[in-house]
Design a protein around this ligand. Sequence first.
Ligand code: BEZ
Length: 166
Amino acid sequence: MTALKVGDTFPEDVKFSYVPYTPDKGEVTACGMPITYDASKEFKNKKVVLVSVPGAFTPTCQNQHITGFIGKIADLKKAGVDQVVVIAYNDAFVMSAWGKANAVQDDFIIFASDDETKFSTALGWTMGPRTARYAIVVDHGKVTYAEKEPQRTLDVSSVESVLAKL
Ligand code: BEZ
């Protein structure tokens, strides 16, 4: 696998892990159990925005990038998006805590781990040991947008840039 581009079919065997939100484990410190998110399978019948960030609870990711997506849920739904999948190199427990810290309580936005940075590494979209900052839109299995930030910027992967291409 190399970097994805518009028109590509989303690859097979892409799996992330995440902890589904449940109210009984709603506290940030409550530990749920991770399950596999089979992205290749899920993306075949959905319009999905996959957003990758260098790390949970890091300044740009928290204060601008992910809050941008959370603030535009209504616009994303209006544009036909079925799900937003946020990934980072952190494990599923940390990603789950990050989602809960942001009061995300349903699976329109899920916070998942790109375990061992496998997917981002396969794309060549990493930042040192971390996942790079990028956004990919997959519409029923086909890539319709795929952009990685060339620098430590927030531009092509922002919710505004993604919405403009939906
Ligand atoms: C950020 O600003 O989001 C960031 C800072 C350091 C490492 C990774 C991400």
